[in-house]
Ligand binder design. Structure first.
Ligand code: DAH
Length: 345
C-alpha cells in the first residue's frame, strides 16, 4: 500500500480524514502482532498515508482554509498515533511475556541425574582380592594374555604329553611359522615363571588377569574367565605359612566365621598340592588351588631350590564373586543386561 493519495481539495481532505478517523481505531485494535501494527501504522500515519498527503497539500490550500485543515490533519494524526502507541505497548507486553513463558524454568521438576557407569562386579572382586594381599605386603603385576607354550606349560613342569596342552582344551593362536606355539593363557600361573626370571627372591606376588579355555558357556563354565595367582618365595616358607595366608584371605573376603579345609590335590607346578575348600551355603566348596612351589619350577627360572622355598595359589574371581553374592549362573556376569549388573554397584 505504497500509493500516494492525491487529494484534490480541502473538502475532500476533510472527508478522507473523517473516514480515516472512523475506520482506523478498529483496525488498530485488531492488529494481532507488533509487526502487523507497524504495517498498519505506515498505512495510517506514515509517509504515504492520507495524513502525509494532506500535509503536503496544505501549500496549495487557500490561506483562509489552511489553518483549519492543518489543525484537523494534526488532530487526526495525534489521535491515531496515540491509539497506535497504546496498542503497540499492549502488544509488546504480550509478546514479552510469551517469550518469558517460553524460557521459563520449572524449578520444581526433579533433576536429571546423569547415568554413571560402575566397575563390573568381577573387576570389583579382583580389586578387592588384590587389596587383601597387598595389605599383607604382596606386589601386584599383570602378564600377557597371549602366552608362549613355554611359560604356560613347560616352565610350570607340565609334561610334554599333558592332556591340557591339547587343542581340545587350549586355544592356540595362529602366528604362522614361529619357533614356539602361542596360545591364550589357560591360567595366570605363567606369571610365576615370568616374574621369577626377572626378580630375585624374596617374591610376594599377586597376578589378577583374564584366562581362556576351550569350554562351552554354561552355568558354571565360560571360555573366558578371571583368576588371581599368588606366589610367595623366601627362605623357610612352609605349608603352614600357605594355610595361614589363605585362611586369612578367606576370612577377609568371606567373613570372620568362614570355615576352611585343605585337601590333597595335584598340580604339576606344586608339590605337595592342595585345594582349599570353604564351607558356605550349607556345603563345602572348592575355592583355591595351591601348594608348595615344585623345585622343578625354581630350576626352570634359575632359582636354587636348596636356597628358597615357596608356595603358590590360584583362584577364580568369577567363582568367588558367585559364592559371595549368591549368583547361581555364571552367565549373568557376562550378560550386558544392566538390570542385572546394576545390582552390584
Ligand atoms: N593354575 C591352576 C588352575 O588354573 C590354579 C593353581 C593351582 C594355581 C595351584 C597355583 C597353584 O598357583 O599353586 O587350575
Amino acid at each position: 500500500m505504497e500509493s500516494t493519495t492525491n487529494l484534490s481539495g480541502p473538502m475532500e481532505t476533510h472527508e478522507i480524514l473523517e473516514q480515516l478517523r472512523a475506520e482506523s481505531p478498529a483496525r488498530i485494535e485488531h492488529a494481532a502482532t507488533v509487526d502487523e501494527l507497524e504495517i498498519l501504522a505506515a498505512e495510517v500515519t506514515g509517509k504515504h498515508s492520507p495524513i502525509a498527503a494532506g500535509r503536503r497539500s496544505l501549500g496549495s490550500v487557500p490561506p483562509d482554509e489552511r489553518r483549519d485543515l492543518g489543525r484537523a490533519i494534526n488532530d487526526v494524526a495525534v489521535e491515531l498515533n496515540s491509539l497506535i502507541d497504546t496498542r503497540r505497548a499492549a502488544l509488546e507486553a504480550v509478546e514479552a511475556s510469551k517469550a518469558l513463558e517460553g524460557d521459563r524454568v520449572d524449578v520444581t521438576l526433579p533433576g536429571r541425574v546423569p547415568e554413571r557407569g560402575t566397575t563390573h562386579l568381577i573387576q570389583q572382586v579382583m580389586d578387592e582380592i588384590v587389596d587383601i594381599f597387598v595389605a599383607m605386603g604382596y606386589t601386584a603385576a599383570t602378564g600377557p594374555e597371549a602366552e608362549t607354550e613355554f611359560y604356560n606349560f613347560t616352565a610350570l613342569n607340565f609334561p610334554v604329553a599333558h592332556p591340557t596342552r591339547l587343542e581340545s582344551d587350549t586355544l592356540y593362536l595362529d602366528y604362522g611359522d614361529v619357533p614356539e606355539e602361542i596360545l591364550l593363557r589357560t591360567h595366570t600361573s605363567p606369571m610365576q615363571a615370568r616374574y621369577m626370571e626377572r626378580h630375585d627372591p624374596p617374591v610376594y606376588l599377586v597376578v589378577p588377569g583374564r584366562v581362556f579355555r576351550r569350554d562351552q558357556l554354561d552355568p558354571t563354565h565360560s571360555p573366558v574367565f578371571h583368576q588371581i595367582e599368588g606366589l610367595a618365595v623366601d627362605t623357610d616358607i612352609t605349608f603352614g605359612d600357605l594355610k595361614g595366608v589363605l585362611d586369612h584371605f578367606a576370612r577377609e573376603f568371606l567373613g570372620p566365621d568362614i570355615k576352611t579345609k585343605f585337601i590333597p590335590h595335584h598340580f604339576p607346578f606344586t608339590e605337595p598340592s592342595a585345594e582349599m575348600h570353604v564351607y558356605t551355603n550349607d556345603r563345602w566348596m572348592e575355592l583355591i588351588g595351591c601348594g608348595m612351589v615344585n623345585p622343578a619350577v625354581f630350576e626352570a627360572v634359575g632359582y636354587d631350590p636348596d636356597e628358597v622355598t615357596g608356595f603358590a595359589f590360584g583362584m577364580g574371581a568369577d567363582r568367588l564373586a558367585m559364592v559371595r553374592h549368591g549368583i547361581t549362573d555364571l552367565r549373568h556376569l557376562f550378560d550386558p543386561d544392566r538390570r542385572i549388573l546394576e545390582q552390584y554397584r
